[in-house]
Write a protein that binds this ligand. Structure first.
Ligand code: TMP
Length: 206
């Protein structure tokens, strides 16, 4: 069964789109496992707390990365692979492309090293489809701030960081056109959902 990931910069609207896609897939009679990274397991939720805690401004970039990979490994082994084996649709809010964009491009960690360790963390499991919600980082951050104050540790990074993240995502899409669909995400949630649903049903006719 399909493994579909939702990616984008802060405030891109990907989580709203994932929630809507889950509802609509269930309405069509599909069983859906909707999950996220970091924090898709009980152990992962503890890791997420460490990662998101704004008092951890001094968290070392490589330590941050390895915590994300630990979260991913546990998530794949404990939750994602078993769900795929049960034959359900797996919708995951962020996955390895987030690490390429945020830790390699954003934080400046060695891209080959990140790729090597990430392949171990995800146990070789790649998404069948990735929906990349593309907005200008400034617009996304403004949305994120109006939603939750935008006080997260990642949201606090400077504008150049978020610009590198966006460009890295677009580069992944350019390199992996068979897997990644770029969906312009500046419109209303209803408008964007039309693209979400079109991309899903094109890839997996229902
Ligand atoms: P969220 O707000 O979309 O749930 O994501 C939590 C934060 O974690 C977000 O700011 C991006 C960050 N993140 C990374 O930096 N690398 C990763 O691999 C993942 C999964 C998330």
């Amino acid at each position: 069964m399909p493994f579909i990931t939702f990616e984008g910069v802060e405030g891109s609207g990907k989580s709203t789109q994932l929630a809507r896609a889950a509802v609509k897939l269930r309405e069509t009679g599909r069983e859906v496992f909707d999950t996220r990274e970091p924090g898709g397991t009980a152990i992962g939720r503890k890791i997420r707390e460490i990662l998101m805690d704004v008092s951890h401004a001094h968290l070392d970039p490589a330590a941050e990365w390895l915590l994300l990979e630990a979260d991913r490994r546990q998530h794949v082994v404990e939750a994602i692979r078993p769900a795929l084996a049960r034959g359900v649709f797996v919708l995951c809010d962020r996955y390895s492309d987030s690490t390429t964009a945020y830790q390699a491009a954003g934080r400046g960690l060695d891209a080959e090293g990140v790729e090597f360790v990430d392949a171990i963390a995800r146990d070789g499991l790649a998404p069948d489809l990735t929906l990349l919600y593309d907005v200008m980082p400034g617009e996304g951050l403004a949305r994120a701030r109006s939603r939750d104050g935008g006080t997260g540790r990642f949201e606090a990074a400077d504008a150049a960081f978020h610009e590198r993240v966006r460009l890295a995502y677009l580069e992944i899409a350019r390199r992996r056109p068979e897997r990644v669909r770029v969906l312009p995400a500046a419109g209303t949630p209803d408008e964007v959902f039309r693209s979400t649903w079109a991309a899903l049903t094109r890839a997996f006719p229902l």
